[in-house]
Design a protein around this ligand. Structure first.
Ligand code: PEP
Ligand code: MG
Length: 521
């Protein structure tokens, strides 16, 4: 029996056999010669079928995208080059990557916009062909604990069909997008498990402790039994919380805390409602950008904002303006190549410079607000009061909130207060900017520690200032869903918590169990 310390990224306990992803991954792309040529042909015909199915599932306009992918899949020059490289002794993965690089740089060097967007198409086709190749090889036994150097968001979505019990990665951070996704799906996950792919062998029995942040390799039968009981208890607690999800969250002294949901796509709106959320604390709208140029049309926005406004009416729905840049880049927008994007044109800064991104979104919010007055706006990455003033002047009566995500915003909250109606502390970014630690940085993930006193000083200052100006303030970063931090946030005076829809019932239940005198300091 061996124990390895890691960072907890998604709570829960899992007991199951290890499935090492990296071995299989590299195996299928490392094949050479005849085997590689055969695998490639098989993958191409499978992708042909998939593209056909995809184009049937979507409307005519989106279908065109898949049609251009099909043309690329039949392009004799591209695939001729891949075959040539394999015949020259390159592995399947190397041949695909090299041809992708060559074709992409050729398209990107052409100044015509149409050719540049072809570069994105070729990247997409290459990504999909590699996925098909890996997918053909993958046959993950159900109920496995998946161990890999890196767990990507697409792994979490695609591997759902194998019903994984948990994910463990040697790299990654608990605040990465894959961790957020694993939490949303209720799958336990650990990150920063140093050298785990070298230590664990395929098929070995593992316990994943998502509370303590520990992997136990080859545990004794007695320990497995203890963990089974722990997991059963956790699930019981979850079921009880779910039964009471539509009741308000009131502490034992009678303090009501609003529990909102953070949503990131239309499906989560319904889920948030089902889970008993008191509204939408932040509606992350970046998913719309996956529709490419369509995200710059008012109609694309309006449909989803109306839906959110209607589902939650009359409860609040805070629509966050696009938070583009830093860890959320989008190729088709041709963003500047900055040496330090997290400190560059991100969030509100970018929107105020690129009005073609801002205006359709604002117009849609204004129109949706006329029908559903519960809709309001929330601004990402604010550091200067002028940024809020400019938006406020554009939207008139619609309430405008600020995400407190920079130390500048937290420390100068009083300067912001006259231009806005409410605040929500985005601790994911506030922590990264306070500690100067990249929230997704693989090598600094252990330093990204929400218990650091600097974060709590800023939260206290912000809450105190917001109250002085009579403005509602809450927290929407991941710490709002963490059992250890919830009592502390409420004691400081936070009025709302905004968490992933899945966590709404349990967060409400934790609040109901709290018993301390509510302090205003
Ligand atoms: C945050 O920064 O805390 C936040 C909620 O925003 P995001 O995670 O989308 O950057
Ligand atoms: Mg943020």
């Amino acid at each position: 029996m061996k124990r390895i310390k890691c960072l907890p990224a998604s709570p829960g306990f899992a007991i199951g056999k290890a499935y090492l992803l990296s071995q299989k991954d590299s195996f299928s792309l490392k094949v050479k010669g005849e085997e590689a040529l055969l695998l490639l042909e098989k993958a191409k015909s499978k992708l042909r079928e998939n593209l056909q199915l995809d184009s049937e599932k979507v409307g005519e306009e989106e279908g065109d995208i898949f049609f251009s992918h099909m043309l690329l899949l039949e392009d004799p020059e591209i695939w001729g080059k891949v075959n040539e490289k394999i015949e020259d002794g390159k592995s399947l993965g190397e041949a695909l990557n090299e041809v992708e690089d060559e074709v992409v740089s050729l398209f990107e060097s052409l100044h015509d916009e149409r050719f540049r967007s072809r570069a994105d198409d070729i990247k997409d086709v290459m990504r999909r062909i590699k996925e098909v190749i890996i997918g053909n090889e993958l046959l993950i036994p159900e109920d496995s604990i998946i161990v890999s150097e890196e767990i990507l968001p697409s792994h979490i979505v695609e591997f759902e069909r194998w019903k994984p019990k948990g994910f463990i990665s040697s790299a990654g951070s608990p605040f990465s997008h894959s961790a957020i996704l694993a939490r949303a799906k209720g799958i336990p996950m650990l990150t920063s498990c140093q050298r785990i792919t070298e230590i664990v062998r395929n098929g070995e029995m593992l316990i994943l402790d998502g509370e303590k942040g520990e992997v136990i390799i080859e545990p004794s039968d007695r320990l497995q039994k203890i963990y089974m009981e722990k997991e059963a208890l956790r699930q019981k607690e979850e079921r009880e919380a779910i039964a009471k999800r539509h009741l308000p969250a009131i502490t034992k002294e009678g303090k009501r805390i609003v529990v909102y949901a953070n949503v990131g796509n239309p499906e989560e709106i319904e889920e948030a409602k089902k889970m008993g959320a008191d509204g939408i604390g932040i509606f992350r709208t970046e998913f719309l950008l996956f529709q490419g140029e369509d995200a710059l049309r008012k109609e694309t926005h309006l449909r989803v904002y109306r839906m959110a406004g209607k589902v939650f009416h009359p409860k609040p729905v805070h629509i966050r303006l696009f938070d583009i840049g830093a860890d959320k880049p989008f190729q088709f927008l041709n963003l500047p190549n900055e040496p330090n994007p997290a400190l560059g044109l991100r969030g509100i800064r970018l929107l105020l410079k690129r009005k073609e991104l801002l205006y359709p979104q604002l117009e849609a919010i204004i129109e949706a607000h006329e029908e559903y007055p519960n809709i309001s706006i929330i601004l990402p990455m604010v550091s200067f009061p002028e940024e809020v003033k400019e938006i406020k002047e554009l939207v008139g009566e619609i309430p405008v909130g600020i995400m407190v995500e920079t130390p500048a915003c937290a420390l100068c909250l009083s300067k912001m207060a006259k231009f806005c109606d409410f605040f929500s502390i985005g601790t994911n970014d506030l922590l990264q900017y306070t500690l100067a630690v990249d929230r997704a940085g693989k090598d600094v993930s252990e330093l990204y520690n929400p218990a650091h006193p600097s974060l709590w000083r800023l939260i206290k200052i912000a809450v105190k200032e917001a109250k002085r100006y009579g403005k509602e303030i809450g927290v929407c970063g991941e710490i709002a869903g963490e059992r250890t931090f919830i009592p502390r946030l409420i004691r400081i005076g936070v009025e709302h918590l905004s968490v992933s829809p899945r966590f709404v019932p349990i967060v409400k239940e934790i609040i109901r169990s709290l018993n301390f005198r509510y302090a205003e300091d």
